[in-house]
Design a protein around this ligand. Sequence first.
Ligand SMILES: Cc1ncc(C[n+]2csc(CCOP(=O)(O)OP(=O)(O)O)c2C)c(N)n1
Ligand SMILES: [Mg+2]
Length: 375
Amino acid sequence: MQPLKVHMNPTKLYRYRTDAIEGGNRESHYMAVVNEVEKRPGLKVTPSVAGNDERKRLWMMMLIRRFEERTYQEYTKPGQRIGGFCHLYSGQEALAVGAAAIFQKGKDYLFNGYRDHGHSLALGMDPKPAMAELFGRTTGCSKGKGGSMHFFQAEVGNMGGHGIVGAHIPLGAGAAFACKYKKTGGVCFTFFGDGAVNQGTHNEALNLASLLKLPVIFIIENNGLAMGTQVARHSAEKDLSKRGLGYAMPTKSIDGNDVDVVISELKAAADYCRAGNGPTYICANTYRFRGHSMSDPLKYRTKEEAEKARLRDPITIYEHRLREKGVLDDATFEEMENDVAAIVNEAVQFADQSPHPDVSEMYKDILAEQYPLQK
Ligand SMILES: Cc1ncc(C[n+]2csc(CCOP(=O)(O)OP(=O)(O)O)c2C)c(N)n1
Ligand SMILES: [Mg+2]
């Protein structure tokens, strides 16, 4: 074994794990993280004195993780104040933060499935209305009527969370059509899970987007599972990036846990779209640390698999890289940890003190039954 040559307290890593590895030796796991990161090619970086943007990215990933873990606690503790469907994003943060790094507000759109807290925070949603939405309060981003699966912030182009698997993929193509038609230069980031590639909507949207050369980036957040069903058990073609090949568009499989990789690949894809070349298709490989939703006994995966995946925690990978670059030290990291903890605490307080919607709100904000052309 190599000597431990980095500068941080190994216990800190565990703050970014969703659950401690039972009976595990912390130091050896820490070493494993270091080794895993070190042996990966392309991670050597030149030292920088700036690092502001990088620190912000790390901070955002930490905020999302803290938000999600607090959501888990609030959901599961006695006197539960969060109800309904709730899907956590822990482990997939590099994707939302990477996309947000190149997303052009006021021009671009982002469509998403129901695992949507991370993308919304990364696009700048205040954690207070985000948490209030989970608590079902009027101050929530969807007035407390949408809950976890329906975070929206239309004014920044965050076109929200959608609960029906694959149903939003054509909506993403539609927004891209609007960008092209209006010549705005905008691109639509359309995220969906590996389970959604088997929906007819996925294939219909890909075909039309390519035919019409729409500026849309189709991004599979391949966490390897659709509920409890592994990709190998639900997809005849195991390499999901190939699922875009029949539609004459560039496809690529990428590391979805490395925020730098995500940024550079999505930047290339966005440039391609903005230049009028049509859509691109990216399979971003990642892992969700928690269950599918809140009541998931996780029986479909082994302890070994989960432990291995934790070695590639996107936060740890990036934290380590920034330390190597010399743009992050213990004090700054601790400050960031305290900062995100305080922000999430405040969000919970805000949510808890906000009122529930009045019963008179029940029939507002729903689809009108009378259509303009209806007699
Ligand atoms: C059309 C439709 N079928 C089934 C469901 C039930 N369902 C909810 S989530 C899910 C799995 C989707 O997995 P994936 O697309 O990989 O997304 P992930 O949860 O991994 O983010 C299923 C089958 C649904 N919501 N909509
Ligand atoms: Mg999945």
